[in-house]
Design a protein around this ligand. Structure first.
Ligand code: NAP
Length: 331
């Protein structure tokens, strides 16, 4: 019995999967590799569902762009996001999860077995689908934001902060993410401006206090970014001061967005109930969607808590719901 799967065999599987125009049938496909996806995989593999997990565009999910995770139970000294995700991946692989590179590019949930297309060329027919695709960073929608993407504009301080060592930067947003990013950048950069649209933070008190105590962070409350400016690279942001109606330039070299996320549900939305933003709706207290055999967990269905630990918990629920569904249907 293949309980302990080596990394080599995982790579062989990934190569096998690269055959064009191929198809296969599985009992359980898990789409996404954040805490929800990997936890679903651990439970599904241990329940002998032989899950196949596709990692998606950002293997390891959003936590791979985080520095220290201090609030996941069981780590009294904290743990780095990437290390935690690597551990979760190893744990899922240990019980036989077939973990593969690949992005779900289309879904046909009109009939069973459900059909998921990977990278536009590999078709998976699945008895159960666990959607754990998470959410993606939002942008403000300014033209200049796109123009300077990768040349001073970023939505991930922990990925790109290093490039702005010793420089001046701005972070947009007043939530937990914005505070964390500002604190992270304050350790690398000369000066960090936080551009907050209201006169209060949305972030938790503990993070607000840390920000306000940090000497090289200046919070611009009631300010809105209007345009990112520069030649080849960003050299400033024009901000609007809502208090006096004035626009002025803040000189910075890095502009970081931390204004929330959009759930990655587009390919499923034609078939599944979602809210206005796109969060997949599940029956309260379960991971069940409006279609039997399709389960959702993690940030793609959670507009409220969005924590690693709640994502992991909902991944566990999805695997248990999938296992019970398969057994009820005799599949
Ligand atoms: P969030 O809580 O939704 O905060 C988004 C922030 O961006 C808010 O301050 C919001 O302003 C601002 N914003 C949104 N659209 C904007 C726009 N167009 N222009 C200017 N500002 C805009 O998102 P988040 O910080 O990414 O956090 C998401 C969830 O993850 C939360 O539940 C959070 O608690 C959790 N989280 C927890 C931790 C932790 O515990 N360590 C770390 C990161 C995230 P308004 O306040 O005016 O709406």
């Amino acid at each position: 019995m293949e309980l302990f799967k080596s990394m080599e065999s995982l790579h062989e599987d990934q190569e096998k999967d690269a055959k064009p125009d191929s198809s296969e049938k599985v009992r359980c496909i898990i789409i996404g590799s954040g805490p929800a996806g990997y936890t679903a995989a651990i439970y599904a593999a241990r329940a002998n569902l032989s899950p196949v997990l596709y990692e998606g565009l950002q293997p390891g999910g959003q936590l791979t762009t985080t520095t220290d995770v201090e609030n996941f139970p069981g780590y009294p000294d904290g743990v780095s996001g990437p290390v935690m995700m690597e551990d979760l991946k190893k744990q899922a692989a240990r019980f036989g999860t077939d973990i593969r590179w690949g992005l779900a590019t289309a879904a046909d949930l009109s009939a069973r077995p459900y059909r998921i297309t990977i990278d536009d060329r590999h078709l998976i027919e699945a008895d159960t689908v666990i959607i754990a695709t998470g959410a993606t960073a939002k942008y403000l929608g300014m033209e200049s934001e796109q123009k300077f993407m990768g040349h001073g504009v970023s939505a991930c301080a922990t990925c790109d902060g290093f490039f702005y060592k010793g420089m001046d930067v701005a972070v947009v947003g007043g939530g937990d993410s914005a505070c964390e990013e500002a604190l992270y950048l304050s350790g690398l950069c000369n000066k960090v401006y936080m551009i907050v649209r209201r006169n209060v933070f949305r972030a938790s008190k503990i993070l607000q206090e840390r920000v306000l105590k940090t000497e090289n962070i200046e919070v611009l409350f009631e300010h809105l970014p209007k345009e990112v400016v520069g030649d080849q690279n960003v050299d400033g942001v024009i901000v609007h001061n809502k208090k006096n109606g004035e626009d002025y330039k803040v000189e910075i070299q890095g502009f970081f967005l931390a204004i929330g996320h959009k759930p990655n549900s587009d390919i499923f939305a034609p078939y599944l109930d979602t809210d206005d933003v796109g969060y997949i709706q599940t029956t309260p207290g379960t991971s069940k969607t409006n279609l039997e055999g399709i389960f959702a967990c993690g940030d793609v269905q959670d507009a409220h808590y969005r924590q690693a630990v709640t994502a992991a918990g909902s991944g566990c629920m999805a695997a248990i719901d999938a296992e019970r569904y398969l057994s009820e249907k005799g599949l």
